[in-house]
Design a protein around this ligand. Structure first.
Ligand code: TYM
Length: 333
């Protein structure tokens, strides 16, 4: 039998994940875990590229760990761990820095956006953030990287770094491919459908947090910005607000957007928005309660984190040794 391919992905514990994170990435974490070896990371080392309050970061890392676990990736096939528990990430990042060009990093749109947003703290970590992301992926020989559309440029850079490195030293790295859902790769803000839904949005009306309660979710959907007219029709360019809600509804119910149009034909936006809220809560409620169960047992969470970090480190170790040898480091006795 062909050996199962490896999947890697990461999520930052900078805020509670949103339904955008879930539909764009986390739902694929779960789907892929049925028949792949999966490595999923809560990337706290990425998070500190923007100033974080230490206590909040610790709490969030636990919360996001619990939430991802609560989504239900197959435990036998999944190593879910906290990035800073596996120091090999930092070591490989340093090596890869030497195979990444200043010009490439300068072109990263997320760096430009974040520099504009945090103009008082444009630090070197923020600049080399995509190299750490490449290290995350390449450290596990990952073939498949489930992400939302906003991470595509970073994944392309990871591929370029792997190809460049392999060109010099032979086939050291697996060159990864991204997996972006056709529908749901870019869930938009409920308050402004011209921007992506962002867990760090200062306006909570823009997102559905995975920990929002039922009433909050329904209220947010009711107030979501829609377009003029009253027809529930999928047209992302002409009707971005309605199309975004249709995407959320379709993915939460397993229907396609044509079926959604037919279902709400002649009903106007009111009934539709109500149904979107119900559907979103239907998907998130069981995850919420499972996550609460996990965070309610800190000792068990600690054990899970430690065990999983050990499993991840065991995969990363031999890959890092391969790289160390390739670049000419002496073996570590
Ligand atoms: P982060 O924490 O911003 O987001 C986690 C995942 O959610 C996806 N996503 C979305 N998908 C659809 N619609 C949206 N509105 C939306 N917002 C976010 C993201 O694309 C991502 O897949 N740099 C990464 C974390 C990372 C990583 C990695 C990812 C670090 N190392 C290695 C993959 C592989 C980030 O900030 O994701």
């Amino acid at each position: 039998m062909e050996q199962a391919k490896t999947v890697f992905s990461g999520i930052q514990p900078t805020a509670v994940p949103t339904i955008g994170n879930y539909l764009g990435a986390l739902s694929n974490y779960v789907a892929l875990s049925k028949n792949h070896r999966c490595v999923y990371s809560i990337v706290d080392m990425h998070a500190i590229t923007v100033r974080q309050d230490p206590e909040t970061l610790r709490r969030r890392a636990r919360e996001v760990f619990a939430l991802v676990m609560a989504c239900g990736p197959e435990p036998a096939n999944t190593a879910l761990y906290v990035q800073s528990h596996v120091p090999a990430h930092a070591e490989l990042c340093w090596i890869l820095n030497n195979f990444t060009m200043f010009g490439e990093l300068s072109r990263m749109t997320q760096f430009k956006d974040k520099s504009a947003k945090h103009a008082d703290n444009i630090n070197a970590g923020l600049f080399i953030y995509p190299v750490l992301q490449a290290a995350d992926i390449l450290l596990y020989d990952a073939h498949i990287v489930p992400i939302g559309e906003d991470q595509k440029q970073h994944l392309e850079l990871a591929r370029d770094i792997a190809i460049r490195f392999n060109g010099i030293y032979g086939d050291v790295f697996v060159v990864p491919e991204h997996l972006i859902p056709k529908l749901g790769g870019r869930i938009m803000s409920l308050a402004d459908p011209s921007h992506k839904m962002d867990k760090s949005d200062p306006n909570p009306a823009g997102y559905i947090s995975m920990l929002d309660d039922r009433d909050t979710i329904i209220k947010k959907c009711r107030r979501a910005v829609t377009d003029s007219g009253s027809e529930v029709r999928y047209d992302p360019a002409g009707k971005p607000g309605v199309s975004n809600l249709m995407t959320i509804y379709a993915l939460c119910t397993g229907k396609d957007t044509d079926a959604v149009s037919r279902e709400f034909a002649g009903q106007g936006y009111g009934a539709f928005k109500e149904a979107v809220g119900e559907a979103a809560d239907g998907v998130l409620a069981p995850i919420r309660s499972k996550a609460a169960e996990l965070t309610g047992d800190p000792a068990r969470l600690d054990t899970l984190m430690a065990e999983n970090a050990g499993r991840a480190a065991a995969i990363a170790g031999p890959v890092l040794n391969r790289v160390r040898e390739a670049v000419g480091f002496l073996p570590r006795k």
